[in-house]
Design a protein around this ligand. Structure first.
Ligand code: NAD
Length: 435
């Protein structure tokens, strides 16, 4: 199959123009990864092209009355990339830097992630351009309920099921579920995942992404012949994904030597007591100031000599500008899109074992799928059952990706995308092109 040049196809598609054409445009990067993978598949050109673009995109601008009585207008998005394999699934991000291109990229990655894990979903993503930490709790609830109402023309339990992402929480998912249910007149727990357990959330969902990251890291350590005990680990981002992954690394007897968040970072060559660090973050609001450590910047943590580096913050952290400084043996992508295609080439040349995002952080959507199934059946599983099924699916997908990479002589990310894209393409061809 011919790899489609992004510029050519984008020009032809008219409205689908990139906001910015540069290395850190997540959508341009998602397209470049797609084109690289599609070149290894013998797909019909039109089928490949139809998987290249989001199926539908919604932009909403909506007013919120703030605590001081002023009315502020916020912009939000919901993008469905593909509905070929089932309802769309994907998180909602609250961050001041959210753009339509970022949401498109995240939606596309969700399609490949769900396909790779063999979950019966297509990909979606949503976002609101807002710093959630600048809002009071009441403002956050009003913004969430209004955004949920605005996107409810796309969101429903059988069509599109959101979940948490950067800046959103189980409480925010609860407000979304309640808003949708109020409009429908009865409770719809399955409209959103990542909810509190009290209203139909699943055991293990909060920890799912971080635990999934460490199942993948454990397999990568095994493959690379590194003992988990004493393996050095650095984690960028200490939110839902990063803090749970760090805790799981600690439980595996790895040595967590560096952690950063948006406020700064800490380093101790002898390793931290991660549970104590989590307690410190709960009290102080950031990792900064944890006793007995040196400080470390976000640029420094990426260049730290360690066995495992876990970027668990935002996109575009490892680019052509700093990839040659990366010294880890295993790069476990807890975040979505932390590595640009240019950086990928450099890291692969350096022999870094990359666990690509659509595999590494797929534990979250996998347990979201379990939550959705439990909600639809009104029958809830135990913590042990969730953990067992998650481990089984993560290990199986890890082996499939490493096996595909070996078989074709290609890098892990391309192998993961080849498996995922091919599965969606086959489903599309079996369904056929309507009408
Ligand atoms: P979160 O909001 O809980 O945490 C984000 C963390 O990153 C915070 O500690 C924040 O301080 C830190 N951070 C933000 N900007 C930073 C910067 N410039 N430098 C360093 N640290 C910075 O978000 P999360 O849910 O943990 O998501 C993190 C990443 O994982 C995102 O890429 C997200 O898309 C991805 N992800 C999340 C899930 C999930 O279930 N939450 C699932 C799959 C993938």
């Amino acid at each position: 199959m011919v790899a489609l040049a992004p510029e050519t196809t984008l020009k032809k598609t008219g409205p689908l123009v990139l906001v910015e054409q540069k290395e850190t445009n997540a959508y341009a990067n998602a397209l470049a990864q797609f084109d690289k993978a599609v070149a290894h598949l013998n797909l019909n050109r039109g089928i490949a092209e139809s998987l290249r673009y989001p199926k539908r995109e919604l932009t909403v601008n909506f007013p919120v009355k703030m605590d001081n009585g002023e009315i502020n207008v916020f912009t939000g998005y919901r993008v469905h990339h593909s509905t070929v394999r089932g309802p769309t699934k994907g998180g909602i991000r609250y961050h001041q830097d959210v753009t339509l291109d970022e949401v498109r990229a995240l939606a596309m990655w969700m399609t490949w992630k769900c396909s790779l894990m063999n979950l019966p979903y297509g990909g979606a993503k949503g976002g609101v351009v807002v710093n959630p930490h600048s809002l009071s709790l009441q403002e956050l609830e009003k913004l969430t309920r209004r955004y949920a109402t605005e996107i409810s023309i796309l969101m429903n339990p059988s069509g599109d099921v959101p979940a948490p992402d950067v800046g959103t929480t189980p409480q925010i998912m609860a407000w979304i579920m309640d808003t949708y249910s109020m409009h429908e007149g009865f409770s719809h727990p399955a409209v959103v995942t990542g909810k509190p357990i009290e209203i139909g959330g699943s055991h293990g969902r909060i920890e799912a992404t971080g635990h999934g990251v460490m199942y993948a890291v454990r397999e990568a350590l095994r493959t690379a012949g590194i003992q988990p005990k004493g393996a050095t680990v650095a984690v960028q981002g200490f939110g839902n994904v990063g803090s749970v992954a760090a805790r799981a690394a600690h439980d595996m007897k790895c040595n967590v030597i560096a952690v950063t968040d948006v406020t700064g970072g800490i380093y101790n060559a002898n390793g931290f007591d991660v549970p104590a660090l989590m307690q410190h973050v709960r009290e102080a609001g950031s990792v900064a100031g944890f006793p007995g450590c040196d400080s470390i910047t976000n640029a420094e943590i990426l260049a730290l000599k360690c066995d495992v580096l876990i970027p668990a913050a935002l996109e575009n952290q490892i680019t052509s500008l700093n990839a040659d400084k990366v010294q880890c043996r295993i790069l476990a992508e807890g975040a979505n899109g932390p590595t640009t295609p240019e950086a990928d080439d450099i890291l692969n040349d350096q022999g870094v074992f990359i666990i690509p995002d659509i595999l590494c952080n797929a534990g979250g959507v996998t347990v979201s799928y379990f939550e959705w199934v439990q909600d639809l059946q009104s029958f809830f599983w135990t913590d042990e059952e969730i953990a067992r099924q998650l481990e089984r699916i993560m290990v199986s997908a890890f082996n499939a990706v490493v096996g595909e990479a070996r078989k074709r002589g290609i890098d892990h990310r391309t192998a993961a995308q080849v498996l995922a894209i091919d599965r969606v393409a086959q489903a599309l061809m079996i369904r056929g092109i309507y009408p």
